[in-house]
Design a protein around this ligand. Structure first.
Ligand code: AMP
Length: 524
């Protein structure tokens, strides 16, 4: 059954069950000294989700001339989900943008997508011809004359969503994921934890940590929507306050946890985080960065009845393509942990620089082929051609994607060793160092910039920028502050370097490129 058929079926079966639950902070912290933070609960039932998205889809279908993708801007209001489903029910892809994305970047994405309409559930202070705000959308839903017909929905080969990731030229890349890719991912995703394969797993609560513009959120949203569950979405402000976070987790009664390992590490820093907070928790699903053995061990100690699953994959192959259950034995014996075995329908190849297959155990570039590999980047045939292609496997043509990740295989298990290029992960966020450099070099008075990750204990802890300015600043501290402030207009906070070093000029390699090794040693 496809995701859209399954959503319709779930809505019919249990229309009153909450499909999505979100606590919106009211901005004031706690009420008195009680345990309950000031927040407004916003939820939507399965019946309302299906009906409202159908009505909004009807409006989009009747009022828009083209089927270009729709940008959906906001944070975690339930209306976001209504908008996503309305887009796909009317045959359009949606492109989610979270409020944490700075306005210059929102602007760059909108200019790339050229949507006929933007739907915004939060304030958006950009002047575009057609923005539908929350009140407009609610009005449309109330007054729509019907629901979009089923045949208007995205077909198997149509793009379901476009998620933008950091691009090395300073322009983000829009990864297009078709409905078929998503359906194949879900089918496998539901086999990841033993809970999800049982009847008990039907209708359970899935925790949502990731913003919707990060493809990790696809894991919780669509596994929950397929299995008739409830999504418990954590607001970003709540995530930043340990006391509120633990209280919200306690209220969630979540059974399935989906996050980056970094987020679980933050929670583990509070000694009370464990079964007493989340008594129903049975499955931890991780993706997006290295899961440390110690993290897995601590989670298994704090949640003796839960499973820990490590998954791996880039946005370009639909969330994740390999997975492994990390038992106590595995976490104790194998370090680093494997990222798992390829799902059915995915083939992993390890290749050298010339594209030759490497034997088992040798490390090289991870190439992913199969039925969840993206159709390519939005409106960027050249970039698509550089990383994507097609190959024949078992008598069928499959798309493949060169990940730029390094890894090796041992038996069926894949091991991840890091990036081949300059893409890094900092606190779970993926970014290209060149992207940050391009943005620094946009600032007046800057000639060149090189950004380097600062590692401690094998992990990236912060970023340092080496800057060749037109004039050496008299007060380096004040100049660093000025650059950081200026960068905030273009980059999210987590991409802003902590330290700036001013140099007359940057060292170059013989090819005339900035020599990162001279600046910072083992960058690659
Ligand atoms: P994103 O497209 O934002 O999901 O980032 C994908 C990248 O994150 C991959 O290409 C890897 O470099 C990294 N990644 C994803 N999963 C894992 C994992 N389980 N362990 C280590 N790195 C990972």
């Amino acid at each position: 059954m496809t995701i859209l058929e399954k959503i319709a079926e779930n809505a019919q079966k249990h229309p009153r069950r909450p499909a999505y639950y979100y606590e919106k902070p009211a901005g004031g912290g706690y009420k008195g000294d009680g345990e309950i933070p000031c927040h407004k609960a916003r939820s939507i039932s399965w019946g309302d989700l299906d009906e409202q998205s159908g009505r909004l889809a009807y409006y989009l279908d009747k009022s828009l001339g083209t089927r270009t993708p729709v940008v959906v801007y906001g944070h975690k209001d339930p209306l976001m989900l209504v908008c996503f489903l309305a887009c796909v029910k009317s045959g359009r892809a949606y492109c989610p943008i979270d409020v944490s994305v700075p306005s210059k970047r929102v602007d760059a994405v909108i200019r790339e997508v050229q949507p006929e309409v933007i739907m915004a559930t939060e304030e958006l202070s950009l002047s575009y011809q057609q923005i539908l705000f929350a009140e407009d959308i609610h009005k449309i839903i109330e007054t729509a004359a019907g629901a979009a017909a089923r045949e208007r929905a995205v077909a198997a080969q149509d793009v379901f969503y476009i998620i933008f990731t950091s691009g090395s030229t300073g322009v983000p890349k829009g990864v297009q994921i078709t409905r078929d890719c998503l359906d194949h991912f879900i089918e496998w995703g539901l086999t990841l934890g033993s809970l999800l394969e049982t009847e008990e797993g039907e209708g359970c609560v899935f925790l949502n940590q990731a913003p919707f513009s990060f493809d990790l959120s696809v894991m919780d949203l669509y596994l929950s929507l397929y299995s008739g569950g409830t999504i418990w979405a954590l607001d970003r402000k709540i995530q930043g306050n340990m006391r509120e976070l633990l209280a919200s987790l306690k209220r969630s009664r979540a059974a399935v946890w989906v996050s980056t390992p970094s987020f679980a590490e933050v929670c583990l820093s509070d000694p009370s985080f464990g079964e007493a907070v989340l008594p129903d928790l049975r499955t931890f699903l991780f993706c997006g960065e290295t899961l440390a053995n110690r993290t897995a061990q601590r989670l298994l100690e704090a949640f003796p009845r839960a499973e820990v699953v490590n998954t791996y994959g880039p946005t370009e192959s639909t969330v994740a393509v390999t997975g492994v259950t990390v038992t106590r034995e595995l976490a104790g014996e194998v370090n680093p942990l494997p990222v798992g075995k390829a799902r059915k329908g995915t083939w992993i190849f390890i290749m050298d620089e010339e594209g030759n297959l490497l034997p088992e155990g040798e490390s090289g570039e991870i190439v992913i082929a199969g039925d969840t590999v993206s159709a390519g980047y939005w409106n960027a045939p050249e970039r698509t051609g550089q990383s994507f292609g097609s190959m024949e496997i078992e008598g069928r043509a499959y798309r493949f994607y060169r990940t730029g990740d390094r890894g090796y295989q041992k038996g069926e298990q894949l091991f991840y060793c890091g990036r081949m290029d300059l893409q890094i992960k900092l606190h779970g966020y993926r970014m290209e160092l060149e992207d940050i450099e391009q943005n620094i070099m946009k600032l007046p008075g800057i000639r060149r910039a090189a950004v380097l990750p600062v590692r401690r204990g094998g992990q990236v802890r912060s970023l340092s920028a080496f800057v060749a300015a037109e004039e050496m600043p008299k007060d380096a501290f004040a100049e660093s502050q000025r650059l950081r402030e200026a960068l905030r207009r273009f980059l999210p906070d987590y991409m802003i370097p902590k330290k700036f070093v001013f140099l007359e000029s940057l060292p170059l390699t013989v090819n005339g490129k900035v020599d990162r090794r001279v600046l910072g040693g083992d960058i690659l």
